[in-house]
Ligand binder design. Structure first.
Ligand code: ADP
Length: 191
């Protein structure tokens, strides 16, 4: 079983690339952002809770996110592997994921990051906000807050995975096909 964490700042292209990777490598794609948005759309209790944080560009509390992620993994007992997108985003989430997988006799195979410059990403998100309808994409202040959250809480994960020898990175700037090719080169070595 291979379990890959797709890592990168907001707007780095994780969701776009995950669509290709999940097909090519037969992985179940779990995007915490997508799952939260699905819950918001369906007006569930989880959605109502998550929305209060997401609309401001804050992270949803760890406990809520970790429980949700674990139940999504458990819904896919026959998966050949998982592609985690947008999770973990804090050290506490990474530790919870490690122990959760360990209890199942599994582990994280690798973390693969999409790297890109902040200014390019902010411009991309504002552009996406014109059509995505996402409140967190439509306001530069909220976007900047997401980067604050990333820098404070998520960036330390790079060392967490580097220390385990599991961190890989590709240049996230280029066409979708070019970035996809770079990712495939790494994934081919991991599977
Ligand atoms: P992006 O990477 O473009 O910011 P996502 O769709 O991955 O978009 O996430 C949108 C929002 O959902 C985040 O800003 C945060 O509020 C919430 N969220 C997603 N994943 C997590 C997570 N692992 N922990 C806490 N909050 C999360």
């Amino acid at each position: 079983m291979i379990n890959i964490v797709l890592f990168g700042k907001p707007g780095a292209g994780k969701g776009t690339q995950a669509e290709f990777l999940k097909e090519k490598y037969n992985l179940v794609h779990l995007s915490t952002g997508d799952i939260f948005r699905f819950n918001i759309k369906n007006d569930t209790e989880l959605g109502k809770l998550a929305k209060t944080f997401m609309d401001k560009g804050d992270l949803v509390p760890d406990e809520v996110t970790i429980n949700m992620l674990q139940s999504e993994v458990d819904k896919n007992p026959d998966a050949a592997g998982f592609l985690f997108d947008g999770f973990p985003r804090t050290i506490a989430q990474a530790e919870a994921l490690d122990s959760f997988l360990e209890n199942k006799g599994q582990n994280i195979t690798a973390t693969v990051a999409l790297e890109a410059d902040d200014n390019i990403l902010v411009a991309r998100l504002l552009e996406r906000g014109k059509t995505s309808g996402r409140p967190d994409d439509q306001d530069e202040e909220k976007i900047r807050n997401r980067y604050e959250e990333y820098n404070q809480k998520t960036a330390p994960l790079m060392n967490y995975y580097k220390n385990q020898g599991k961190f890989f990175a590709v240049d996230g700037i280029g066409t979708i096909a070019e970035v996809n090719e770079r990712l495939n080169m790494i994934f081919d070595k991991l599977v």
